[in-house]
Design a protein around this ligand. Sequence first.
Ligand code: M6R
Length: 614
Amino acid sequence: MCGIVGYVGSKQAVEVVMEGLARLEYRGYDSAGVALVSDGELSTAKRAGKLVNLRNLLEEEAPPAGTLGMGHTRWATHGPPNDRNAHPHTDCSGSVAVIHNGIIENFATLRAELEERGHGLASDTDTETVAHLLEEELKGGIGLAEALRRVCRRLEGAFTLVAVHASDPELVVGARRNSPLVVGLGDGENFLASDVAAFIAHTRNAMELGQDQVVELRRDGVTVTDFDGKPAEVKEYHVDWDVSAAEKGGYDYFMLKEIAEQPRAVADTLLGRIGADGRLTLDEMRITDQELREVDKIIIVACGTSYHAGLIAKYAIEHWAGLPCEVELASEFRYRDPILSRTTLVIAISQSGETMDALMAVRHAREQRAKLLGICNVNGSTLPRECDGVLYTHAGPEIAVASTKAFLTQLVAVYLIALYIAQVRGTKWGDEVFAMIQLLERMPEKVEKVLETMEPVRALARSLADERSVLFLGRHVGFPVALEGALKLKELAYMHAEGFAAGELKHGPIALIEEGLPVIVVVPPRARDVLHDKIVSNIQEIRARGARTIVIAEEGDHSVDPYADTLISVPAVPTLLQPLVTTVPLQVFACELATAKGHDVDQPRNLAKSVTVE
Ligand code: M6R
């Protein structure tokens, strides 16, 4: 949830760290702070609120020149988001500074012990205990890295920790357990960060850190050990996107840019996965065809928008691959008793690959010996390492908190997996699979077409900015699309928004309908006649009760004209692929409505991009 940057090199650390924090602010924006070491002195600066508050503070009180530093953007877990609780936190002597992402579960016990031993703690955070524990360890005359290893062995929970000491202007140390931390390898300079975006302007060479590892970062080298001090094996990799991908590129918001990038993101996710003979090749997935033939059940685990992609996957997997498929909120999965075996394939979907609920669900499934497949957008993140196989989406960095292009690419990934299983298991005729793959290849152009016709949707959104509530209805794959539309509106516009399965209306939700209430209805293609006609009846039912009907239907579907107060047409595509085109107007709608209300759509209140705590 929080963003972390560490730097040692020859540049002014405060500039590098602030630049990195600006790129990581999407991870949390309750407060921000920096720690700098120079001339044997440690100085810190921190402020509640967005990064701009810290920037103003640094302008007022010029920070010391120095080439080593670290910085933090916070998403509050322990203690309110005020100056006092902002990171970095220091020990009693003000010599050690610590920043942290995650939750230290045994912090209350550790804090009580520290207070008993005479430490004065200045904040409400779990993080500050680490600074004081380091202080105690350092009194024994050991170095900062060894002190951190010893402290880590006493901590429970999930944490990324980075620490610096006044007496060492050449060393930044970091530790990682269940929370992201990557190393950027530069020339005469090195970086630590929650994600590569922080240092992408300086280097595209990165190093993945594993679980329970401590890294010592110096300008001329990096050493990694486990928590016991044994040298650890680490993997270096090259980041396949550059700094321009992490910038707004002329758009007012990252979200607008990311919505616009969707045709390319969909195309990139298909790239290299369809052979010259039209058959799918997913060798990179690292799960063999034989293993796929043995699968007798699929369970999908995910959170938020990724969960909605999972709900759509269920329809595709059951229809094409002919396998039973359950979809579960990752946060709920391990608290029931899911029935898993060696022949169960668990698919975890996560844009970031760092969502703690998804990781815990995967670990739970592993204990039950299920096969694990990840769908992930971030190379070097934790999820792919914890799964037997992975299918990467190629959305590029998604920086806006509200997921858009990642969702569309997750849909492409699940379609590819469902069709691949159909191909391997022979559950559909080869030419049927082939025809669907050809249609998939045309989806970037269909999404582009939707984007070209969004002006009326934007105007509609502006006209509804003062509404208190908007409902979303859908059936079949249109139901998860309705859920996704409602989630986008909630998180961006802070409005009451709810998605329903249209068939459930008469079982309760229809009581919500009142004069003028905007209801957005996703209509399936006409080719699905029974489904289509049923939802047209639902539209009539709500309209008869005063709802203002906003209907998303395929081009040329005139059957909805008499009942639609507003009609949004999307290109005609097969039912299962329809979410790729019907979701886009809902993203644009939410983004525009929230902007009309004056909200920052990239950084909605109370949220953070990746939820790395349970
Ligand atoms: O990184 P993940 O895909 O695991 O994230 C899951 C959710 O936290 C995420 O989709 C969230 O719901 C978004 N803010 C929705 O726009």
